[in-house]
Ligand binder design. Structure first.
Ligand code: AMP
Ligand code: MG
Length: 326
């Protein structure tokens, strides 16, 4: 089955084409909105960017995949969670494609797409998932037909924490990748609030304390190093607690912050100490249309379809709102 996936929840308008036979990703085209230095994502600007780039991104994804619309079995789109204006723009594109080309439409939960792309590519069955992106930071287990949240941030996502720190110190969005590079030249550990409450986390105190160190003249490299070591150790602690409690045999790291090599190293160590296999969503960690297409194909194979008049977006949809019937 060949599915076109349309992603548009925050910064990236992505279109991917996937063949569910052997889970071949035929194309993955991303158009990414970059806010000005000193600014974060402005939802209306991001949506405007998506509208302007949608046509070309869709066209290129089909050309790269070398498929025509007659080969396509369904159109999937990110239905939630995310920024309302962005979600609505992507949904409008997907509805237009489905109606014009007479293809079934499927609404996909963005968080589950981050999980499923990593899971199918790794060939995992029931991984314990550490999902870390801008807006979300969750430790997730599959249980009783849903992806259940074992632990999560009680305030901002870890990526958001990194991006906000970057914004205040003059690093352009997204700051995560630049903080990773700076941290490699740091080595002096500056104590930061380590907030793990049972299985939940909090990152806003780290942000405040790290900005204070920066103002006091500590080297940016050392502050970045300390930020990463503290936040990632917290994520590893909750992952390890879940791993021991659930006796999981597979651990999957996914979401944009999953690109971070230091985090991947730490999580893979936790997994190996518990005799669990480790996989990372690799180049599909960040927002992309291929992951939406993967879930679209899984949903279509289970006979699901989202009628146009039920295709409204859900900006606050949760990972555990969705029943996994595939
Ligand atoms: P997503 O929305 O899943 O694409 O994730 C976006 C988030 O990932 C942003 O907050 C980025 O700063 C963060 N991110 C991307 N690459 C890295 C990296 N190498 N290290 C840390 N964070 C990263
Ligand atoms: Mg995401």
């Amino acid at each position: 089955m060949i599915v076109v996936g349309v992603e548009g929840t925050a910064h990236t308008f992505g279109v991917g084409v996937v063949d569910s036979v052997g889970w071949r990703i035929l194309s993955d085209v991303r158009s990414t909105y970059t806010p000005a230095v000193g600014s974060g994502i402005l939802p209306r600007d991001a949506a405007q960017f998506m509208g302007e780039n949608a046509g070309e991104t869709i066209r290129k994804a089909l050309v790269d995949a070398n498929v025509g619309w007659s080969d396509v079995d369904a159109v999937a789109f990110s239905q939630g969670p995310g920024l309302g204006p962005c979600l609505r723009t992507a949904a409008t594109s997907a509805r237009a494609l489905a109606l014009y080309h007479k293809k079934p439409l499927v609404g996909v939960n963005h968080c589950i797409a981050h999980i499923e792309v990593g899971r199918v590519l790794a060939g995992f069955k029931k991984p314990l998932v550490l999902y870390v992106s801008g807006g979300n930071s969750q430790v997730i287990e599959f249980n009783g037909g849903r992806y259940r949240v074992f632990g999560e941030t009680q305030d901002i996502g870890v990526g958001n924490m990194l991006d906000k720190f970057g914004r205040e110190v003059g690093i352009q969005h997204p700051a995560g990748p630049k903080i990773e590079v700076l941290a490699r030249d740091g080595g002096k550990y500056l104590p930061l609030p380590y907030v793990v409450k049972g299985t939940d986390l909090s990152f806003s105190g780290i942000l405040t304390a790290a900005l204070k160190y920066h103002k006091e003249g500590e080297r940016l490299e050392d502050v970045c190093f300390s930020l990463q070591e503290t936040a990632f150790a917290m994520l590893c602690e909750v992952t390890e607690r879940a791993l021991a409690h659930l006796n999981a045999k597979e651990v999957l790291l996914t979401g944009g912050v999953g690109y971070n090599k230091r985090l991947a190293e730490m999580v893979s160590l936790v997994a190996s100490e518990h005799g669990a296999k480790f996989a990372n969503a690799g180049k599909y960690n960040g927002d992309n249309g291929a992951m939406i297409a993967v879930v679209g194909a899984l949903m279509r194979r289970a006979g699901l379809e989202t009628p146009i008049d039920e295709s409204q977006v859900y900006p606050n949809q949760r990972t555990d709102d969705v029943e996994i019937v595939w």
